[in-house]
Design a protein around this ligand. Structure first.
Ligand code: SAM
Length: 305
């Protein structure tokens, strides 16, 4: 196993020594979220987890060395990325079995979310190793709460396929899922040079509807643009933005109205004292939403749908 030689402090005590010290690090795999741009977002627990780890697995050792040094930490690092994750697993499991504390970070944000680590976590769980997480920044959730789009349910889709045909096919699959009942705010990560094209495809496949583009979140040039997906596509075409970008698309119009009206809360209150039919009629009149839609939702909430 090769480690970043430039940052290789002496090995920390093994499990046997730790048992005598109640303040010693807990052995196991710990998934540590790191900032998506603002160093101030490193939590005290994240810092402590990195400080006490025997080994820090990271996508890019040079990039993580910068983070660790900015935090004033010296840690033994080892690369774990898309192309070597499978090969790394046996040796990492061996260290975990020997009682090591191994931290996993990605280049930014929460590991595993559009980042490596899932296969390692699955293997660690299967091996009976303790797996813990230090939660923290995530670009998708940060963009969601700033977007002004319905926050629940949401669906994080990672990066769309880079090629136009595959991307449109992926979007068409989601649109079909919407026709079958999916009603969620959809979230993608996207590269700046593909943004205009991607937004154009969204408009074409989903039709014009509310959307948002969140750029450089938590950084100096943070920007959240909200508007119709067509208007956002035109903006991205005219002034290609730079930096790190997350794209959000609101649910289809009917579901948007439902979310805005707080339909479920109103129905639950009405269902407490009356039949599904009466509750649906009352709430349909109060919200102006279609009776059929409100009745179907009331039925589902009452457990009959
Ligand atoms: N695991 C990360 C997380 O928890 O947010 C996401 C990893 S994914 C490989 C990286 C992508 O997330 C970027 O290409 C960009 O689309 C999005 N992203 C990361 N940081 C961002 C930021 N500060 N503002 C907006 N989007 C960001």
């Amino acid at each position: 196993m090769t480690a970043d030689a430039s940052a290789a402090p002496p090995e920390k005590p093994r499990e046997a020594d730790r048992s005598a010290d109640p303040a010693a690090p807990v052995p196991g795999l710990v998934l540590v979220s790191t900032p998506i741009g603002n160093l101030g977002d490193v939590s005290p627990r994240a810092r402590a987890a990195l400080a006490e780890a025997d080994l820090v697995l990271c996508e890019d050792t040079a990039r993580s060395a910068r983070l660790l040094s900015a935090l004033g930490l010296r840690a033994r690092t080892l690369s774990l990325h898309e192309h070597n994750e499978d090969a790394r697993i046996p040796a990492v499991l061996k260290r975990l079995e020997a009682g090591a504390t191994v931290a996993l970070i990605s280049d930014a944000g929460t590991p595993l979310v559009s980042d490596p680590g899932f296969r390692l976590v699955r293997a660690a769980i299967a091996a009976g190793t303790a797996v813990r997480a230090v939660p923290g920044p995530n670009a998708a959730v940060t963009a969601l709460v700033l977007s002004g789009l319905p926050p629940l349910p949401f669906l994080v889709l990672g990066f769309p396929p880079p090629r136009a045909a595959a991307r449109r096919a992926a979007f068409a699959g989601l649109r079909a899922a919407e026709r079958a009942g999916l009603a969620a705010t959809l979230i993608w990560y996207e590269a700046p040079h593909r943004l205009a094209e991607m937004l154009g495809d969204l408009a074409q496949v989903f039709g014009d509807r509310p959307a948002a583009v969140a750029r450089e979140l938590t950084k100096t040039f943070e920007e959240v643009r909200r508007g119709s997906v067509t208007a956002l596509a035109a903006w991205a075409e005219a002034t290609p933005p730079r930096g790190e970008i997350t794209v959000l698309l609101g649910p289809p119009a009917e579901e948007m109205a439902v979310a805005e009206a707080g339909l479920d809360a109103q129905l639950r209150a009405a269902l407490a004292g009356q039949s599904v039919r009466d509750a649906a009629a009352l709430v349909a009149a109060a919200t102006g939403l279609p009776r059929k839609l409100v009745y179907a939702r009331a039925l589902a909430l009452s457990g009959g749908g």
